[in-house]
Design a protein around this ligand. Structure first.
Ligand code: SF4
Length: 488
């Protein structure tokens, strides 16, 4: 990769289509490669993970920079793609093809960094609060970087990135998308806004911040589920309980759970569309109020109180699906709900709803498709790698973390960035994200699928080489399954 004229101190990096010409002591546009004494070098350390509990045991190897990469007698290590370099352009084998032994079985791991134009990020935000209408644009630094997608149980979902935003729009849109994904994948906080919705701060593994409010609780269930779970505990302490929820608001005495307990309708009719007995849709607009609605006064969802059924002295509890909002009323002679202090038995159940909520978190899944360069870096006949993954002969990991490979064609995978070592992702200015990927299989199977056998190196040799080059970082594999265990 050094320029043809030996006297030219500039080196040309061909690790991505940008083809940076890098002067001595300088780095390329992505800061991942540099010119060190006329040599093109990958600047970040290669990350080796150690089996759970072993990372600290490995630290003494590195103390004082004295580790020579020796792994014999040491805890098992796994070479990840982080900092490994890339296969681009497609004719190159993967930078590290590492042979090692697991329980007497010869294994091989093909290690590389993928450059992904086709990639995205799915963000799960544990909240009922309204973040924005489905399909609304999600922006970062004013540029659209994705959209609000289908909500899940107790969580709002964002789909960010993707090739259309990376390369299909303006240069600013592509750069904003790339930087937002990069930060999210490297577990950093990112500020987003939703058209017609909220301002968000999301970070993998941290509580989301919605319009400046740090979310605390993920709801125990929808309003109907909450009615079912706690009906028996309310019995005898309230004549009616309404659980306010943007999805399904539950009304105890009409609900199957109340009827099962012998309760009779209390004559309090809530707004919205009745789905099935005691279950109401659309009692209010979505918002940041009670149960993900825009309601701040719970009585606003009561359409009418039937004088033929309701009676003075009727005890009414209204509560949200997280228990964060609750109020107790007693009907007066005119059948008007009058606020009263919450009786202790009801307060205890409200507290129990809160206790049953899980901490609200934002989760970030990176999703990408392993394409041509990547697969050609593993084998001379790339489709065989796809088949091998499909046949469960080859395990795919990202930074040593397990991935989910989608059914159907190609190797389209998702990985939880929280399970990966820190700073596992990079970028190139095309723009595209750079992510580690490893393929692990039996050495025999690798030979059979046309692997680059002449490039296979022993783990000890790879570890020594990166340690000698001062290019190694150790990380714990955490709770991840050990990738070298054969799949069959
Ligand atoms: S952007 Fe980075 S990977 Fe691409 S050519 Fe420049 S230094 Fe190499």
């Amino acid at each position: 990769m050094t320029d043809a004229a030996a006297s030219d101190p500039i080196v040309t990096c061909d690790a991505c289509p940008v083809l940076c010409r890098i002067r001595p002591g300088k780095t390329g546009a992505c800061d991942r490669y540099g010119n060190r004494d006329g040599r093109l070098v990958r600047l970040d350390p290669v990350v080796l993970t150690a089996a759970a509990g072993d990372a600290t045991a490995l630290v003494p190897f590195l103390a004082g920079g004295e580790w020579d990469g020796g792994v014999v007698g040491a805890p098992p290590v796994f070479v990840t793609g982080i900092g490994s370099g890339t296969t681009y352009p497609d004719y190159k084998p993967a930078p590290f093809i590492v042979a090692s032994e697991h329980d007497g079985v010869d294994m091989v791991t093909v290690v590389t960094e993928g450059i992904f134009s086709y990639c995205g990020v799915k963000v799960k935000i544990d909240t009922d609060r309204f973040v924005g209408p489905e399909q609304a644009a999600v922006r970062c630094a004013g540029e659209q970087v994705g959209h609000v997608t289908t909500a899940e149980y107790g969580s709002q979902m964002l789909a960010l990135g993707g090739v259309r935003h990376l390369t299909g729009g303006s240069k600013q849109e592509g750069n904003a998308t790339c930087q937002a994904m990069l930060a999210l994948c490297n577990k950093q906080p990112v500020e987003l806004t939703v058209d017609g919705g909220a301002a968000l701060t999301v970070q993998a593994g941290a509580p989301p911040v919605i319009d400046g409010v740090r979310e605390q609780r993920m709801r125990v269930g929808c309003g109907s589920a909450a009615i079912g779970m706690f009906a028996r505990q309310w019995l005898g302490h309230a004549d009616e309980v309404i659980v306010v929820d943007d999805h399904i608001t539950g009304v105890l005495t009409e609900h199957q759970a109340g009827r099962f307990l012998g309760m009779t309708p209390a004559g309090i009719r809530v707004r919205g569309r009745r789905s099935t007995p005691g279950r109401y849709f659309q009692v209010a607009e979505p918002g940041s109020g009670w149960g993900g609605t825009d309601v701040t006064d719970p009585l606003a969802i009561i359409e009418r109180i039937d004088p033929k059924i309701a009676r003075p002295g009727l005890r009414l509890l209204m509560v949200s699906t997280t228990g964060e909002d609750a109020a107790f009323f007693v009907l007066d002679e005119a059948l008007e709900p009058v606020p009263h202090a919450m009786p202790a038995p009801l307060a205890a159940v409200v507290a129990r709803i809160g206790e049953n909520c899980e901490p609200a978190l934002a989760s970030v899944l990176f999703m990408a498709g392993a394409g041509g360069s990547l697969r050609a870096g593993v084998t001379e006949n790339p489709v065989r790698l796809t088949r091998s993954v499909r046949d469960a002969l080859t395990r795919v990991t990202s930074g040593g973390a397990p991935v989910y490979v989608w059914p159907g064609g190609g190797i389209t995978y998702m990985v939880d960035v929280a399970a990966m070592p820190d700073d596992a992702f990079g970028y190139v200015p095309t723009p595209a994200l750079v992510a580690p990927i490893e393929f692990t299989l039996r050495l025999d199977d690798y030979r059979a699928l046309g692997g680059h056998m002449d490039q296979v190196r022993r783990l000890e040799d790879v570890a020594r080489a990166v340690a000698r080059d001062d290019r190694v970082r150790l990380a714990s594999a955490g709770d991840n399954p050990w990738p070298l265990v054969p799949r069959r």
